[in-house]
Design a protein around this ligand. Sequence first.
Ligand code: F6P
Length: 342
Amino acid sequence: MRVGVLTGGGDCPGLNAVIRAVVRKGVKEHGFDFVGYRDGWRGPLEGVTMELGIEQCRGILPRGGTILGSSRTNPFKLDNGVERIKDNLAKDGVDALVAIGGEDTLGVATRLADLGVNVVGVPKTIDNDLSGTDFTFGFDTAVNIATEAIDRLHTTAESHHRVLVVEVMGRHAGWIALHSGIAGGANIVLIPEQPFDIIEVCELIESRFESRYAPILVVSEGAVPREGGDMTLVSGDLDDFGHVRLGGIGDRIAKEIETRTGKEARAVVLGHIQRGGTPTAFDRWLATRFGLQAIDAVAEGDFGTMMALRGTDIVRVPLIEGTGELKLVSVKEYAEAQVFFG
Ligand code: F6P
């Protein structure tokens, strides 16, 4: 059997670990050969391939990014996109595809599976917002990077008696903010799922200063104020999947805090640092196990499925279970962080 592999959407640490596991087990145990599709769905759409075998996967386990490249190409936005993909897969002699991606890439995989393409999905995203799986890989690395940043910001905030506002990624989900905020001992965590009241935020800031410590506020890029609440955008331009670019809420909040409390505040935007570099051991472990399970699913003809972590088991769920709706932070989970506010 000949298997195509692609990585789509925003990159994240651990993608190479999946590719390596898929290829290693595919070659050694199933006798498959592989073709790498470049830059997400653009690869099969335009027939852009690269050689992919055990040789190309040497040394890539600890490397961030993806050797296949990535893009946010949506074949359903293009005329004859699906036909072009089917034609290219047939031309390349590809019997099955392993698609590694988040909500958008696996959303395309879900629709293609319904249209008869043999595809299995592997869930990745630093945002951890895919349903059906306890965690996506990439998330743990992002949380560790954000936590280290928070640890460092505590000391400079204290030295200058300042408020430090840390803006993290996550789009519509507050998982990175919540986990890094708890791990880093933040005094306030603001997430998209729970619109915030700036007056309450300032009260918490003042109470933290009263205890003679400097406050650290972690804010998710998609957080919205309760009054007049719009998400803060870097740009209103939409990508192929209809997403705007979020960013700027940290700076907005820092300015409001200065105006309302008279305390000095600084905003730090962690941005793509959260997505770059080497994956944590947990992400390598999870990505590798997803890859091993994905190639077994291909071997068994179990198409239209997504690999998922349930407890410590890797299981297969229908792709739609992962992509049907976003996994968001619940009120109960947020309440755990609130105990430490102020
Ligand atoms: O989905 C991953 C993510 O990093 C989001 O957290 C963020 O909003 C978005 O991608 C940024 O996208 P880009 O890399 O296209 O700026």
